[in-house]
Design a protein around this ligand. Sequence first.
Ligand SMILES: Nc1nc2c(ncn2[C@@H]2O[C@H](COP(=O)(O)OP(=O)(O)OP(=O)(O)O)[C@@H](O)[C@H]2O)c(=O)[nH]1
Ligand SMILES: [Mg+2]
Length: 262
Amino acid sequence: MEDHEHHHDHPHSHDHGHSHAHPHDHDHQQGDLHYGKGEAGLSVPGMGQRQLIAIEMDVLAKNNALAAHNREHFDEAAQLVLNLVSSPGSGKTTLLCETLRQLADKRPCAVIEGDQQTSADADRIRATGVPAVQINTGKGCHLDAKMVHDACHQLPANEGGILFIENVGNLVCPASFDLGEKYKVAILSVTEGEEKPLKYPDMFAAAHLMVINKIDLLPYVSFDVARCIENAKRVNPYIQVIQVSATTGEGMDAWLNWLATA
Ligand SMILES: Nc1nc2c(ncn2[C@@H]2O[C@H](COP(=O)(O)OP(=O)(O)OP(=O)(O)O)[C@@H](O)[C@H]2O)c(=O)[nH]1
Ligand SMILES: [Mg+2]
């Protein structure tokens, strides 16, 4: 079936200022399907682009208001809050556990864990002696500011400390939801492929720092670190990069130094 509608017939796609160049535009082949080219950047059967934009603006506006409220609390408590985002299994919890061990007796820490189900990650964090609240999102694919607000009320005061928020493993939705954090930190492991920043640009555009994890596995996988960094900088020229192995400890000093000055 030849369907060129998505290529040439965008009823609403007169210029609204969103048509900035995407680095991957030139890769598109004839016959590929592009559902993100409308104004809303996505497609939902039965819904128009304007309707989708209205819904998204409403949801994000409510979330942003709560995130601003969270940020005020975090600032009052002089608490550094980081939102750790990545695909499932990149090593967020492993990196966190190692970080918490290194920071023990140096800086008070607390953790909010987001997963669809289970308290497995909060249990791993609590085993380090650091307080943690597990949020189960059910069918939800990301944490939102209200969830983080509620979780903070379950945690002890963490004046001058660091609150790590481990988001649901997902490189898409968490990019859009401000939780009130100071920075998003994107964790990408070397088993995932160096094209991820180009495939999921929103996440890497939103992140302040990219942590490349599992560098102990570099001898066994074909992962081009320089290319990965180049790709990340194509979507976010300002992104900082740190390479670590959460299991061997390599690169942990750079990460801890970054935390100390963040
Ligand atoms: N070789 C190696 N394995 C690692 C490293 N960091 C994490 N892993 C392993 O990767 C797997 C996933 O690690 P997790 O820390 O659970 O990953 P996560 O990002 O928290 O996963 P979700 O919470 O499910 O999204 C585990 O088997 C870890 O032992 C690393 O630096 N090197
Ligand atoms: Mg985890």
